[in-house]
Ligand binder design. Structure first.
Ligand code: AMP
Length: 223
């Protein structure tokens, strides 16, 4: 797959920069990025416990759907194969969810930093969200050995009863989908936004590494 044109960043061209100025009211966010099993959800939940941070995991939004609804059935159809839900459905659900959080007073874009977990997960999603979100950084959790991630995912499947992570073939497909559809998202943003974090270690150790990068971003943007 060819590397997409950058959506943001110094080398993204004046048209994008002008757009950025015009779109200063986009939701400020940090993207939690990484292959399945690198711990985005765990770290996102911990970071999201602090005042002024909202952890938003697209997988959790999907899992909270009523399985009997059309959308709930579609989610099961795709997730049980380790595939992504089509972009249109995903973006619509995500926008509605964020809108409902704002209406309910649970998310205030003027004071809360969104920690986006599992969004955007494809280049078309990144493009579709470009006038809605302003990524301030991409926290990229890195685990070099795929077998470590497979082990983590199997443990999680047992602990959390997650059907999509119980079958090794499905797990392997999730990695293929990550490589082919999600990893190219990194190329949509300027390299200077990407922060690689070693995701090997205890939950606390990795949390300290993430927190030390994310806290200054929050302070700079929200004071
Ligand atoms: P996760 O909990 O992030 O591993 O997501 C579980 C499943 O939800 C994925 O395997 C996909 O089927 C679906 N999903 C989560 N986020 C997205 C997304 N941004 N786009 C499409 N499908 C998604």
């Amino acid at each position: 797959m060819s590397v997409p044109a950058q959506l943001f960043g110094p080398s993204s061209g004046s048209a994008c920069l002008n757009r950025r100025i015009l779109m200063s009211d986009r939701y400020k966010c940090v993207l939690l990025f990484g292959a399945p099993g690198t711990g985005k959800g765990t770290q996102g939940k911990l970071l999201g416990e602090k005042d002024g941070y909202i952890h938003l995991a697209t997988g959790d939004i999907f899992r909270s759907l009523d399985k009997e609804t059309e959308l709930g059935k579609k989610f099961l159809h795709y997730s049980s194969r380790g595939e992504l839900v089509p972009d249109d459905l995903t973006i619509e659900l995500w926008r509605d969810h964020v809108g409902s959080l704002i209406s309910a007073g649970k998310y205030d874009p003027a004071r809360d930093l969104l920690l986006l977990d599992g969004m955007p997960r494809s280049v078309p999603q990144a493009e579709r969200l470009s006038d809605l979100i302003e990524p301030l950084a991409i926290v990229h959790l890195v685990v070099p050995d795929i077998n470590d991630m497979v082990k983590r995912m199997k443990l999680r499947a047992e602990k959390e009863g997650r059907h999509d992570d119980a079958d090794e073939n499905v797990i392997r497909n999730r990695f293929d989908v990550y490589t082919n559809e999600t990893a190219p998202v990194l190329g949509c943003y300027g390299k200077e936004l990407v922060i690689d974090i070693d995701a090997i270690g205890t939950i606390d150790e990795v949390f300290d590494r993430c927190q030390s990068k994310v806290t200054p971003i929050h302070e700079k943007s929200f004071g």
